[in-house]
Every structure is written in C-alpha cells, then in structure tokens.
Design a protein around this ligand. Structure first.
Ligand code: SF4
Length: 443
C-alpha cells in the first residue's frame, strides 16, 4: 500500500526578491518529500509568503492569509509582513506561525510541527538547480539582502537590515547551475545591486580557476562567461555604475539598466535621502548612451512626495522630457507605516497627487511610444516566452519579464518557435508598450 506524501499549498506574493525566497522554501519542501498542491482543499497546510512594502501590499497579504484561513485553516506565514507580527495576529489570530523574510529554518520548523515529513528513502530528487516559480528559461539571481541606504519613504532596511552580500563565487556557482538547468536569462536582483560586496570589502574569491572580486563589475564579468542574457535590476545611481556600461557595449551584459531615480528636484531628492545631482544625472545618461547607444534605461519615480511644489513637479517633467527614458514606472506617494517621510510637513492632497501622476504618465506614454516606433524596421534579438495560438510571445533585450513590454511574433507558431528559444525578429509595428513583427529568415 502506498502512503501519500504530505501536501503543502503555497501562496507567493510580493516582489521578485520574495519570489526567490519562495523558490528556496519550495525546493526544501520537495527535498523533504512534501508534495506541492495547487488548491486549498488538497493541502494539509498552507504557507503564505507575504509582502509588506507598501500599504496596498500589506492589505493584499492580509487578504491572502484570510483566504487561506477560511479555505484551509492551517496557515504558516512568512516574508516581509512577518516582521510585523502584531498586524497579522490582530487580523488573523489563528495562524500557526509567523516568520520574517529569508527565515527558511522557521518556515520549515513550522511545517514539520504541523505536518511531519514522511520518512521515505525514495523521495523525489530535486534537480540540481532547485525548483523555480518562473518559466524554465529565465531566473532571478539574488546577490544580496538588506540595504545600507535610508531612503525616507522606505522601510526595507528596518525589515531586512543592512546590506549582506553573498560571496561572488557562491552567486556564480548558482548561476552556473541555473544555466545547466536550461536558464537562458538571469535577472540580477537585490535591494541595491550597485552596493554589492561593499559589506564584504569586495572579498576576492575563485571561480573556474580565476579570481573575482565580490563587486558588481566583477560579478557581471563572471556571469558573462556563461553566455546567457544577464539583466541588472535595482541599481542605485552611484557614479561607479558607469563601470558596467562598457560591458554592455561589448555584448557581455544586456544593454539594460533598471535604475530608480525617484525624482529630479534636488530638494525633494534630499528629503528622500537620495543622491541629488540632477544635472550630473542627465550628463551621465548622455555618457552612457555615447558608450552604448542601444542601452535601455528603465526607472521609477514618486510623484506627490510631501512638500513637492508645482515648480518641483514641473522640474520633474522637464527632466523626463530631457532624459527620454525608455521605460518608466511611477507611483503617487503613499505613506508606509514606519517610514521617516511620514513626519515630513506639507503633504500633497490626494487629488493633486493623482493629477500629477496622470500628467507624468501621459508625457512618458508619448516618449515610450516614440521610442518604440523608432524600432520599426529594425531586427531585434528576442527570447520566446510562450506560444499563444499563431503568435509567439517574446521579449527583446529591452524588455524585462513582468514589468516591460513584449514582442508579438505573428508567424511564431508557423516558424516552429518554442519557449526559451532565441530568434531574430523583424519589427513591423509598435504601440505604447509592445512591438509586433515576424521571424527574420535572413537572405
Ligand atoms: S535604496 Fe532601495 S531598499 Fe534601500 S532604502 Fe532606498 S528604496 Fe529602500
């Protein structure tokens, strides 16, 4: 008679960093012989990995816990919101256990208590590269935790602590395993990618017989040995970001930089506790484009920060017009419990914030549309994500998964494309977000 494996349900919320935590926990569960099931009904216990970054994420996490409690009743909570145990206990007193981000040991302890593992020497073997929640051909590579900055709108440092980098050889070995497991694109993530290694004093380690420093540029050089697409996210605008642009020009790193500028007014940047030399920022963007003309720059901004005047908002629009960034995300400022910015005077009224956000997005929509239109008639190297009827849904080097646009390949199915394949695409059309084209068959 065969005995069924214990069954765990898993709900993963939040940012790509939380997704990496979920992948680690899922891998461990599988190693220990737990089955992962997609419905509350089938699960013996449910793990909810929460997000606690902004108020709407807190509400979403609390809703997810509530749903799991109502549908299943045995719930283990982990992740960022776990740092605020009292908030969870107040809303859902019956949860079995609460732990913070990266606390894999606590999650596993709670699972063992609620649902002891079945002792079976023939448990499923996990592939060497672990289990991934993302499609097989791209993976997030977390290089550090925490952050040494203290941006006044952010509570991540109080939840995740100061920067703690993973030594470079460890990261490179993980990337190597992912490559062997079929991954074609690595998305390098952290809270602050450009600070990588400063806490380890840029310790030198060996990988494949060669010395590498634990430092952003050396990491990128190591990753380039794997021949994958490597994309950098969450790069804080330090001057030494300039060092990696030549690697992009040489084709060693995707010509893509996700660099949150947050604002353009020196006074508001100072209130945010962010670097504030805006004229230098525009110069630097120009320099990057001189070195690597194909670079895609993605950024995020906050409008309606406390004290933002009409003139400061206009300065932000001027910056946007001048910088001509490719991809931009923007948020109307919303107070996050525990953030220093909550104590700043002169909150901007909600309707003004929304009106500014709309104007900001309207301007950026025109910029993005024009930038994409300029690609019509070019050939773009793309990575196929999925086949949908006749279409192949792909991304160019300029598109990170989830947050940027897509390239719809009209004859993708006919051309026999498969997810995870690279293909050259002739671009024939565009809109505000996406590109449309056909497989380029060459001469
Ligand atoms: S750099 Fe990012 S994670 Fe660090 S404090 Fe600022 S916003 Fe938060």
């Amino acid at each position: 008679m065969s005995i069924a494996n214990p069954k765990v349900g898993f709900v993963s919320l939040g940012c790509p960093k939380a997704l990496v935590d979920s992948e680690r926990i899922l891998t461990q569960l599988k190693v220990e012989g737990y089955d992962l099931v997609p419905s509350y009904d089938d699960a013996d216990v449910v793990v909810v990995n929460t997000c606690g970054f902004i108020d709407s994420a807190v509400a979403e996490s609390l809703d997810a816990i509530g749903e799991a409690m109502a549908e299943n009743g045995k719930v283990i909570v982990t992740g960022c919101l776990g740092k605020r145990e009292e908030v969870i206990r107040e809303a859902h007193p019956g949860v079995l256990s609460i732990s913070g981000p990266q606390d894999y040991a606590s999650v596993m302890r709670a699972v063992h208590t609620a649902l002891p593992p079945r002792h079976d020497p023939f448990v499923d073997l996990v592939p060497d590269h672990g289990l991934k929640l993302t499609p097989k051909h791209y993976a997030y590579l977390k290089i550090s935790e925490g952050c040494n900055h203290r941006c006044s709108f952010c509570i991540i440092p109080s939840m995740r602590g100061d920067l703690a980098s993973r030594p470079v050889d460890q990261v490179l070995r993980e990337a190597e395993k992912l490559a062997m497991g079929g991954v074609k694109e690595l998305l390098v993530i952290s809270q602050d990618t450009s600070a990588y290694g400063v806490d380890l004093r840029y310790a030198e380690r060996e990988w494949r017989g060669k010395a590498y420093q634990t430092r952003m540029k050396a990491l990128c050089e190591g990753l380039s040995e794997l021949g994958l697409w490597t994309r950098l996210h969450y790069v804080y605008p330090y001057p030494h970001v300039d060092d990696v642009i030549p690697l992009m020009a040489e084709g060693k790193l995707l010509p893509y930089l996700d660099i949150p500028f947050q604002h353009a007014s020196p006074r508001i940047l100072k209130l945010m506790k962010r670097p504030g030399a805006v004229d230098k920022t525009l110069e630097r963007i120009q320099r990057w484009r001189d070195i690597c003309p194909d670079i895609t720059i993605r950024s995020t901004f906050i409008v309606g920060f406390p004290g933002e005047t009409d003139a400061e908002f206009e300065a932000l629009l001027d910056f946007l017009e001048e910088a001509q960034l490719d991809r931009v995300g923007a948020f109307a400022y919303s107070p996050v419990e525990g953030a220093a910015a909550n104590d700043l005077p002169d909150a901007v009224p909600e309707e003004v914030k929304q009106e500014r956000l709309a104007r900001f997005m309207e301007l950026q929509a025109d910029i993005s549309t024009a930038k994409l239109e300029a690609k019509v008639g070019t050939t773009q190297r793309c990575l196929v994500d999925a086949i949908d009827g006749d279409l192949a849904i792909a991304r160019s080097m300029a598109d990170a998964p989830e947050i940027d646009g897509l390239v719809q390949i009209q004859n993708g199915f006919e051309a026999g494309l498969k997810p995870g394949e690279f293909v050259d695409v002739e671009i024939m059309g565009s809109d505000e977000h996406d590109l449309y084209g056909e497989v380029a068959f060459g001469d």
